[in-house]
Design a protein around this ligand. Sequence first.
Ligand SMILES: [Cu+2]
Length: 493
Amino acid sequence: MERRRMTLYGAAVLSLLAALAHLWVMPEHFEEWWGYGLFFLSAAAAQGFFGVALLRQPGRALLLLGVVGNLALIALYVVTRTAGVPFFGPHAGEVEGMGVLDLSALAAEAALVVALAAIARSGRRANAPASVEGAEPVRTGEPVPGFSRRDFLRTAGIAGALGMSGGALGLRAAGVTGALGAAGVAAGAHAGLAHGQEMDAGGHEGMVGQHGGQGDVDLSKFDPSKFLRDFYWGEERQEGGRTVREYELVAEDVEIEVAPGVFYPAWAYNGQVPGPTLRAREGDRVRVTFKNRGAHPHTIHFHGIHDANMDGTFELVGPGQEFVYEFDAEPFGCHLYHCHVPPLRKHVEKGLYGAFIVDPKEGRSEADEMVMVMNGFDTNFDTENEVYTVNGVAFHYQRHPIQIKKGQPVRVYLVNMTEFDLINSMHIHANFFDYYPTGTKLEPTEYTDTKMLAQGERGIMEFTYGRTGNFMFHAHVNEFAELGWLGFFEVEE
Ligand SMILES: [Cu+2]
């Protein structure tokens, strides 16, 4: 009976481990759809209660329930990883990715089924008339026909140990980017924002040389100052008398720092949000090799004129897969690219976007060129942005003002990729700019100091500062400015 009890304890632990795994991933599933969240909550609750019930009243009905329930969960797992999510919710039909945590939960459930079967079997033997309790010693070396309880126990023990170590690994990974981490991130976000506001209030002092005295993000990972003027022209080659540009974009799941100490579990092109600024000349052949190293299917949808099968809307690129997009760069202008896998909001919100600039054949006039991608981050997963930025890090250009020269024309490629909020805007201080909507015409349509952009809208700004000093620029949606979308031009002689 001692072995039976040990198997019981083992089974209870396995059930609790599986429950913990389901509980762990529950918040992010709630974020996707309340139905998914509820499913994970129910599974966790059932497995939790089952583990406890097993130790109190391990009757045959309960054992059977455990076997059937866990087999059903295993079957559902296999279906969602092969055929896709069945019928329900926004992910219906979408194939889910696999991770350490869910595989260890799966291992725990499989081991649990084996253990429950073993308990049921030992129970039946113990209750058989010929078998008296305690009179059924399993002597070492005794030949046992078939699969003995000891074998079951050993199997369950090994699988359990695997499940536990896998679970621990998974928990560590999840601790960084996952659900419970979200609480920490949310708390961090508030700290970060208080911090931001403090800096905002101190902005005028900042102008006399105290920028960035209050901590910074890890700029070795991603530096918006470098990103600002970093244009990815691709590998240039000549094919049949025309210019071909070859680019490589890799989608991956990566944690990014969007304000000092505020981390966000992003899906990103080439490990950064925004993704690299792709650039070509009108008429160039653009060839983009896209590799998906993330856990979900993704694509790249380029704004421009191209074939239907190069549009990044139909051919999903699954985890581990590749796809090559090829098209002519047209029309010239300030465009964008982003993932187009449903639910679209989710894939964009997570960070899969960047600017795509096509120069006119004759080029544009000489200028100090830079790209500014306006965006936001929902750091506590409440479908609202807590942090707003230009180029991915809140208040970066307040801590590190953009150096420009007096009298030097500046050209800003401005792209709005903010999710959740319908509009964003750009305002520069003590100056006015020429504005070219979408950059598709060579004549400006407006001379202004504030421009409002809807989601996905973009344009080109041109201006020159005739005075030296520090000049602020920010969203004129003032709430966004206070939550990170604010910076300075430092104009020097
Ligand atoms: Cu995607």
